[in-house]
Design a protein around this ligand. Structure first.
Ligand code: ACO
Length: 311
């Protein structure tokens, strides 16, 4: 009966075992997983846009091949994640509809523009670095298909992070103008990157429940701190300044202290009013509409094959 199933679910979580698609799970767990996985998938898909615009303008064949591979990886991550959401009973067409109608969110970070090629490097270094910081613990998330998808996604994200850092190192060894481009991109992306980890713990409505269900393994503030601690020495090695006068090592805490994130800006961006929200959704909507004939052709082909196999 239901109480026995609920006990089994609780024991599975307690023992750090995985919840699988056919297992009983509380409705709230299913809804939370669908929300988080869908938002994550949408982020990967929308995340192709800021950098995708640079593919035709890459400064060399090598940079173009790297960027093309990276943007394709993001499409792949989106597809794995939609497939993981489908194991919970979500419908992919419905999720896409919710993205383009604004009913579901995607990461705030992708609502900022990539203005120069240095942004490609900084997105790899900071944005993908933050994504890794957030996603490595999700490899131990309690929902099996999500945790397993995260393993491959994290491996690919680490290539993305490396290509960004390597691009920035190359630019920092170049001309003064190139160094200025890098510093300008760091100035623009630093604070939005810290917002990727979500609102402060005290204002995060899902964290406590998601931690208890072991969907999340660390809180938003814990991961933000971990990211800052990891990034400061990398900035020093690169020779760039992080745009925060309050950033300094605190020997008592054993962590870097840092300034206040502009949470009013975060709220504006996630409620649809960031610098590129309208453009991101318009591009996604147009791609979806332009792809209608592909979906129709694939469905017609599948129907024909099914008819043939019945004959
Ligand atoms: N951008 C957009 N929305 C956000 C962000 C953000 N940076 N941070 C939090 N939110 C949303 C939450 O999704 C939640 O939305 P909803 O309740 O309206 O649906 C709301 O703000 C409140 O936040 P929390 O209670 O803290 O939500 P949650 O527990 O889900 O934590 C987090 C947010 C940390 C982003 C979590 O969902 C997560 O780890 N997701 C997986 C990673 C991911 O999605 N990464 C995408 C960007 S990385 C990349 O694609 C390269």
């Amino acid at each position: 009966d239901d109480t026995e199933l609920a006990r089994h679910f609780d024991r599975t979580i307690e023992r750090d075992q995985r919840i699988e698609p056919r297992d009983w799970m509380p409705d709230g767990y299913r809804a939370t997983m669908i929300r988080q996985i869908a938002q994550h998938a949408h982020s990967e898909i929308i995340g192709m846009q800021p950098e995708g615009g640079w593919i035709t303008r890459a400064p060399s064949l090598r940079r173009k091949a790297i960027l093309l591979a990276k943007v394709q990886d993001e499409a792949g991550h989106g597809l794995y994640l939609y497939a993981a959401a489908e194991t919970l009973g979500a419908d992919r067409a419905d999720l896409t509809e919710r993205l383009i109608s604004g009913a579901q969110k995607y990461s705030s970070i992708f609502n900022y523009p990539a203005l120069t090629y240095a942004d490609v490097g900084v997105i790899g270094w900071l944005v993908d670095g933050a994504a890794i910081c957030n996603q490595v613990p999700l490899c131990r998330s309690s929902y099996g298909p999500y945790a397993r998808a995260m393993i491959r996604i994290c491996k690919e994200e680490s290539f993305h992070q490396r290509q960004g850092y390597e691009l920035l190192m190359t630019m920092m060894r170049g001309t003064d103008a190139q160094r200025e481009m890098v510093q300008d991109a760091v100035n623009r992306w630093w604070w939005p990157t810290l917002m990727m980890f979500g609102p402060p713990d005290a204002e995060s409505r899902h964290t406590a429940r998601s931690m208890a269900w072991k969907i999340k393994r660390h809180t938003n503030d814990e991961l933000r701190q971990r990211f800052v601690d990891m990034t400061v020495p990398q900035a020093e090695a690169l020779g760039v300044t992080l745009p925060d006068p309050r950033l300094r090592w605190n020997p008592e805490r054993g962590h870097y202290d840092f300034g206040d994130v502009d949470w009013a800006e975060f709220k504006r961006v996630i409620s649809g009013d960031g610098p590129c929200n309208a453009e991101r959704i318009a591009v996604r909507r147009a791609a979806h509409e332009d792809g209608a004939w592909v979906r129709e052709a694939a469905a017609a082909h599948a129907a024909k094959r099914a008819r043939r196999s019945r004959q």
